[in-house]
Design a protein around this ligand. Structure first.
Ligand SMILES: Cc1cc2nc3c(=O)[nH]c(=O)nc-3n(C[C@H](O)[C@H](O)[C@H](O)COP(=O)(O)OP(=O)(O)OC[C@H]3O[C@@H](n4cnc5c(N)ncnc54)[C@H](O)[C@@H]3O)c2cc1C
Length: 523
């Protein structure tokens, strides 16, 4: 018999919903999420989930593709777990009612960049994330989980360096404390760090900032993946890589293909290569977006193909005034996915006892320096399940063994807890512009040193949720730029024009700050 615990899960994307659902029978589970239950990065995922489930594919090949994309920085053990356990997690989703698209009685499979064969399962054409989110949300609503929607996780409570609770801001703006034996961060990514991002407004890096303030380690913070193709409109709507997987091509403003001259894999080269290729081309045409031409697919697959295969993108294009069946559409790269995050082991344990992390907020090591397309939903399914299985089978005494110290090879972040910053950051866009310019697709030492100096002078005033989010972004920005400045090489998604080659000497980066004890009595 395992001891019943009070478990608080932060976040209701795929990772948080799975963790909450699977823990709900054996434990008292509270799920805290800052908007309505279904708002998350998960909800917006289009292309699908990479998994080796067909007779012409193997787990070994999926592992190989993942390791290759990760540019020498993946944890091979974590990758093996991801690819081997993926098929079982897909079967779980099917049992929960996710209707993956089928063709001739078999699961349809899309091709995405850097995969040696088509293995990306999708649902509702390009509405994979929404299908998963709705199925999981339905299951969680029916389970024994206390749901706190429109509730903001503000800080972790620590006693003797162990997490014992969470400070929340409820829908009425009141701060209060939830006691917990275990807190699971499932709070997603931090795309809002950058001026251009595919991520929704909730992706403000809160979980990583909470974890840093609690003394947890952030690994590989410098690795941010920029998606090559977001619609060049104010809301940077994502145009899935699966569109290029089906055969759409990139054109310069004169209508010529330019990716073939950059990489033999052309439009299906790894994301960092394509994103940099587009950025270079945009620089050569005065910042004007490049064009994505999908019109040929209507000719090769028949009229109506784009609307059938990509209904969400089709509708989004039309809403924004583009008929992509007739004309190429303007696209630009945008921040998309954070490979770095709170360092965890293979069951989600962080370096702080009582604190777990799953999904995009975690760094399990499966993505290394660059994520293979459509491996992130899979990561959230596999590792949220592993975390829940661990907590369902072990007792709390295991927490004490949790905090292995890896700090002999760290990048310390000494100023993160300082409270005497001389300047006030009034506007989130200023921060996002700084990060986009200094730590975006292409970086160098001079601009990052200047950016870090600036970042270390700012503080954010205000206790409303938007200000707290901006303060969290500032904390994560310091971690990202500190790590990116220290890594004097180029690897995967991290490209420095002053160190353009990969150096075998560099391995993982770790960033940490001194823990801040939050006053329990203050709530
Ligand atoms: C447009 C787009 C398309 C994508 N397409 C794909 C794809 O095709 N395939 C793929 O594998 N991946 C894709 N990704 C990436 C993938 O969607 C994410 O990596 C994955 O969904 C992350 O799941 P998660 O559960 O970790 O986090 P999320 O789904 O982001 O959920 C995080 C949750 O935490 C909540 N939260 C955050 N901070 C707080 C706080 N302080 N207090 C309370 N709650 C908080 C949020 O509201 C949200 O509910 C895409 C991402 C985007 C943005």
């Amino acid at each position: 018999v395992i001891a019943r615990q009070r478990i608080v899960v932060i976040g209701s994307g795929s990772a948080g919903l799975i963790a909450a659902l699977e823990l709900s029978e054996a434990h008292d589970v509270t799920l805290v999420t800052k908007l309505e239950l279904t708002e998350s990065n998960t909800r917006w995922a289009q292309g699908g989930i990479a998994v080796a489930m067909s007779s012409d594919d193997t787990v070994a090949e999926h592992i190989e593709d993942t390791l290759r994309a990760g540019a020498g920085l993946c944890n091979p053990e974590a990758v093996a777990v991801l690819c081997a356990e993926g098929p079982a997690r897909i079967r779980d989703l099917i049992r929960l009612g996710v209707g993956f698209d089928q063709q001739n009685g078999e699961l349809s499979r899309g091709l995405e960049a850097a995969h040696t064969r088509p293995r990306v399962l999708h649902a509702g054409g390009d509405a994979t994330g929404l299908s998963i989110e709705l199925a999981l949300a339905r299951a969680v609503r029916a389970a024994n989980v206390t749901l706190l929607e429109h509730t903001f996780a503000a800080d972790l409570v620590l006693e003797n360096n162990r997490v014992t609770g969470l400070i929340i801001i409820d829908p009425n703006g009141n701060r209060r404390q939830l006691s917990a034996d275990t807190v699971i961060l499932a709070s997603g990514g931090a795309g809002q760090l950058f001026l251009h991002t595919t991520n929704p407004s909730v992706a403000t890096g809160d979980g990583a900032a909470l974890a840093l303030r609690a003394g947890a380690e952030i690994a590989d913070a410098e690795f941010y993946q920029f998606h090559p193709t977001a619609l060049a409109t104010a809301d940077t709507f994502l145009i899935s890589e699966a569109v290029r997987g089906e055969g759409a091509v990139l054109l310069d403003r004169a209508g010529r293909r330019f990716m073939q001259a950059i990489d033999e894999r052309a439009e299906l080269a790894p994301r960092d290569v394509v994103a940099r290729g587009i950025a270079l081309q945009m620089a050569a045409q005065d910042g004007e977006p490049v064009l994505l031409d999908a019109t040929g697919l209507e000719r090769t697959h028949g009229a109506g193909f784009l609307a059938r295969r990509f209904p969400s993108i089709h509708a989004a294009c039309l809403e924004r005034g583009f008929d992509w069946t007739q004309q190429p559409i303007p696209v630009t790269p945008a921040a998309h996915y954070w490979m770095g995050g709170v360092r965890t082991d293979l069951v989600g344990r962080t370096s702080v006892p009582g604190l777990y992390a799953v999904g995009e907020v975690a760094c399990t090591g499966v993505h290394g320096a660059n994520r293979l397309a459509s491996n992130s939903l899979l990561e959230s399914l596999v590792f949220a399940h592993r975390c829940a299985t661990f907590l369902n089978s072990e007792d709390a005494s295991h927490f004490a063994e949790n905090a292995q110290d890896h700090r002999e090879k760290v990048l310390a972040l000494p100023d993160i807890t300082s409270v005497s910053m001389p300047k006030t950051l009034r506007d989130r866009t200023t921060l996002q512009t700084l990060l986009w310019n200094a730590a975006g697709i292409e970086r160098n030492g001079a601009s990052m040193r200047a950016a870090l100096e600036q970042l270390l002078q700012w503080q954010v005033e205000g206790t409303d949720i938007a200000s707290l989010e901006t303060a969290n972004l500032l904390t994560v920005a310091r971690a990202v730029v500190t790590a990116a400045l220290a890594r004097e090489e180029s690897r995967g998604a991290h490209f420095r024009n002053d160190f353009p080659t990969t150096s075998p000497a560099w391995q993982h980066s770790l960033v940490y700050a001194q823990p801040i004890a939050h006053e329990v009595a203050a709530c």
